[in-house]
Write a protein that binds this ligand. Sequence first.
Ligand SMILES: Nc1nc2[nH]cc(C(=O)O)c2c(=O)[nH]1
Ligand code: SF4
Ligand SMILES: [Mg+2]
Length: 226
Amino acid sequence: MEPKGNFMIFIIEKFVSVQGEGLNVGTPALFIRLAQCNLRCPWCDTKYSWRKGTPISIEDLVNYVLDENLPLVVLTGGEPLIYSYEIAEFLRRLRERGYEGKVQIETNGTIEPRPLRGFDNYVLSISPKVTCVYKVYFVNLIKRIINNYNVLEIKIVVSNDDIKCLRQFIDELGDVEVPLIVQPLHRPNSNYAMDSKAIVEEILSDPSLRRKVRVIPQLHKLIGIK
Ligand SMILES: Nc1nc2[nH]cc(C(=O)O)c2c(=O)[nH]1
Ligand code: SF4
Ligand SMILES: [Mg+2]
């Protein structure tokens, strides 16, 4: 049965930029930041997303996407998969209206998005929280998501103090078919190029990690855009 009714979602902001993270880096994209998160990472750069947000209908959001006509829509947060049912409706309507781009969903990997099963116009970028100071990940859940949904990448944010914990996560995960992207942590008031270089050096000196991961710093932090 087709879902009916006026689906609402709560958003914090929407803006146009280029994808600054992961394998789609550099792609012009429409960002929609959904409200609220089920985690509380100490380094979170979007704590303002933990608020309740402003309601918007899925219909208005779809019209906005079609007006902007960009190749990529990034749903981020917060934790967008809190709204899995509404996102499924969003994907259904985008498909119905002929939108040819993709929807990339930035998730922390702690929620299984069951309503997304059967859709092919989205990809997930899973960002498990693996740092030594704050760990919240469920390896079996991540594997289940990889096996049952469209996963573009696992994108792991770490500082160079976290290499031990990164290795532990990758060992626990075992062999998976998706690319493992290490994303150097951006700390305000720190030199991001130097921080990223330290991580690259740590990875190149680790016999196991150097075979398994790719390192991609956040482009938007490097060039100072949103
Ligand atoms: N340019 C840009 N790319 C991004 N990719 C993921 C983002 C996020 O906040 O999740 C983000 C963001 O905030 N800005
Ligand atoms: S999961 Fe993401 S949005 Fe949520 S607290 Fe952590 S960094 Fe912030
Ligand atoms: Mg961000």
